[in-house]
Ligand binder design. Structure first.
Ligand SMILES: [Zn+2]
Length: 75
């Protein structure tokens, strides 16, 4: 996998993302991603990006001020 920003090698990693929903914040932990060795850019495969959207849609219905989910368990 190559970095979309600088073209250097990117390696498999996991990350935590905080998504601002206006009325609350959703924190997703353990998201599988690729991270660039050069510029630290993080990107997701299409599958993962889609699952993040699905999780966000689902969580929106019962979100509190701050909701933390684990990607592996929520996916
Ligand atoms: Zn890069």
């Amino acid at each position: 996998m190559k970095c979309m920003k600088c073209g250097k090698e990117a390696f498999k990693s996991t990350t935590t993302e905080a998504i601002e929903l206006g009325f609350g914040v959703l924190v997703i932990r353990n998201i599988p991603c690729y991270k660039c060795v050069e510029c630290d850019e993080i990107f997701y495969t299409g599958d993962v990006a889609q699952k993040i959207e699905e999780i966000t849609e689902r969580v929106k219905q019962f979100i509190q001020e701050v909701t933390v989910v684990d990607f592996e368990k929520a996916a």
